[in-house]
Design a protein around this ligand. Structure first.
Ligand code: KG4
Ligand code: ZN
Length: 348
C-alpha cells in the first residue's frame, strides 16, 4: 500500500510517500524548512508559518507523486499530524489532507506528532522489541516514555518548564548565535573544554522524575563569566557552551539509564530534533550500544530525527492496521495544540 504523509505542526512543511506491506520503505520525501523565514525573529512567528505551509504544501505533494512516478489514484491511505503544535500550521495540513482524501475517496488517519517521533526509529529498525523506553527530545518537548506496546504509552518523566531544544535555541538567541540554536551549539562543542565549568543537575523537590531545563538557561546567561563580560568567540565562551552541553547530555543519560533499569525494557529509543546532536548520540551509543546486556539502543538517521512526514505516514499505517474498527472516512477529524500525552496513565 502507498501512503501519503503530511507534517505541518511547526516550521517544516513535509510530504512523504512511503510503501508498507510487502515492501517497507520511504519512496520520497520533500521538506520545506521555514528556518530562513523565522531566523531574523529568533523564533517561530505562527502567522508567517501558517501562510508558508499554505503556499508550499500543494507543490510539495505534486513533486512527491511525480518523483515516485505515481498519481493520487495509487494512494491507499493519507496520514497527517493532528498535534501537538501550532494551530494555524496544523489546520493547513489537516484541511489539505482532508480535501485530498474526500475528493479521491481515500481513508485518512491522524497521528500524534510525539508518537510519530518515537515511531521514526522503526523506519530503519523494524525489529525493535517491546517493552521500550523512548526519550523524545525536541524544540517543543522533552519526555521520557514507556511503551508496553505501540499504542500503550505511558509517561515516565517530562519537562516541567522549557524543552531541551528550546533552551539551546534561547541561549543561542541571547548570544546572537543564530536560529535554531541546537546545531550551532553542536558545532561549538568540539572547540571547548566541557569540564571547565560545572552545572548541577536539577532535582524535583517533590521527588518526581520530571525534567527541568530552565535553570540551565539561567545558569548560562547569568554565569559570572558572562556577567563579567566574556565575548562570543573567546575560548572561555566555547568552554562555557561545551560545559553546558556536556552537563545536559549527562542529565538526559542519567534519566534514561534509571528508566531502563527500573522498567526492565528491551529497547531504548532516542528521537526528536535534538537527537541529531553529535555528543548526545555518541554518549547514548557508548552507554547502551555495547553488546553486553539485553537492552538495545536505537536512534534514527538524522533526517528522521527532525520533523518529517515519513514518521507520520509510518505511524499512520500502523494505526490504520491496529484499529480496523475506527472510521477512517470521518471528516470531523480535528487538530489539537497541546500534548495528548499529559498524564502518567496509559494512552492509546
Ligand atoms: O523535532 P524538531 O524538528 O521540532 C520540534 O518538534 O520541536 O526539533 C527542533 C529542535 C530545535 O530546538 C533545534 O535547535 C534542535 O531540535 N536541534 C538540535 C540539533 N539539530 C536540531 N539540537 C542539538 N543538536 C543538533 N544537532
Ligand atoms: Zn518534532
Amino acid at each position: 500500500m502507498y501512503i501519503l504523509g503530511f507534517e505541518s505542526s511547526c516550521d517544516e512543511t513535509a510530504v512523504a510517500l512511503i510503501e508498507r506491506g510487502e515492501k517497507n520503505c520511504v519512496i520520497d520525501e520533500q521538506i520545506k524548512s521555514q528556518i530562513p523565514l523565522h531566523a531574523k525573529y529568533g523564533g517561530i512567528v505562527p502567522e508567517i508559518a501558517s501562510r508558508n505551509h499554505y503556499e508550499v504544501i500543494d507543490h510539495l505533494t505534486t513533486l512527491v507523486l511525480k518523483n515516485a512516478g505515481l498519481t493520487i489514484d495509487d494512494i491507499g491511505l493519507i496520514a497527517l499530524t493532528r498535534g501537538p503544535g501550532l494551530i494555524g500550521p496544523l489546520l493547513v495540513g489537516l484541511s489539505f489532507a482532508k480535501g485530498l482524501a474526500f475528493s479521491n475517496n481515500i481513508p485518512i488517519v491522524g497521528v500524534d506528532h510525539i508518537a510519530a517521533h518515537i515511531e521514526s526509529a522503526f523506519i530503519e529498525n523494524p525489529g525493535i522489541r517491546y517493552p521500550l523506553a523512548a526519550l523524545v527530545v525536541s524544540g517543543g518537548h522533552t519526555t521520557l516514555f514507556y511503551q508496553e506496546s505501540k499504542f500503550e504509552t505511558e509517561i515516565i518523566a517530562k519537562t516541567r518548564d522549557d524543552a531541551v531544544g528550546e533552551v539551546m535555541d534561547k541561549i543561542a538567541k541571547f548570544f546572537g548565535l543564530g536560529y535554531p540554536g541546537g546545531p550551532v551549539i553542536d558545532r561549538m562543542y568540539g572547540d571547548g573544554d566541557p569540564k571547565r565549568f560545572r552545572f548541577t543537575s536539577p532535582r524535583m523537590s517533590d521527588g518526581s522524575n520530571d525534567f527541568s531545563f530552565s535553570g540551565y538557561k539561567t545558569a548560562v546567561i547569568r554565569h559570572p563569566e558572562v556577567v563579567g563580560g566574556i565575548r562570543v568567540g573567546e575560548q572561555v565562551f566555547g568552554d562555557l557552551i561545551s560545559s553546558f552541553l556536556y552537563s545536559v547530555v549527562n542529565y538526559l543519560l542519567g534519566k534514561a539509564r534509571a528508566a531502563v533499569e527500573e522498567r526492565g525494557v528491551k529497547s531504548i529509543i532516542l528521537s526528536g530534533g535534538v537527537s541529531r546532536n553529535t555528543l548526545l548520540r555518541e554518549r547514548f551509543s557508548e552507554v547502551f550500544g555495547g553488546s553486553e546486556g539485553d537492552v538495545r539502543f536505537y536512534v534514527p538517521s538524522p533526517r528522521f530525527c527532525t520533523d518529517n512526514a515519513a514518521m507520520v505516514a509510518w505511524l499512520g499505517y500502523e494505526r490504520y492496521c491496529a484499529f480496523p474498527g475506527d472510521d477512517f472516512f470521518d471528516l470531523s477529524l480535528n487538530v489539537y495544540s497541546r500534548a495528548l500525552f499529559k498524564s502518567r496513565k496509559k494512552h492509546r
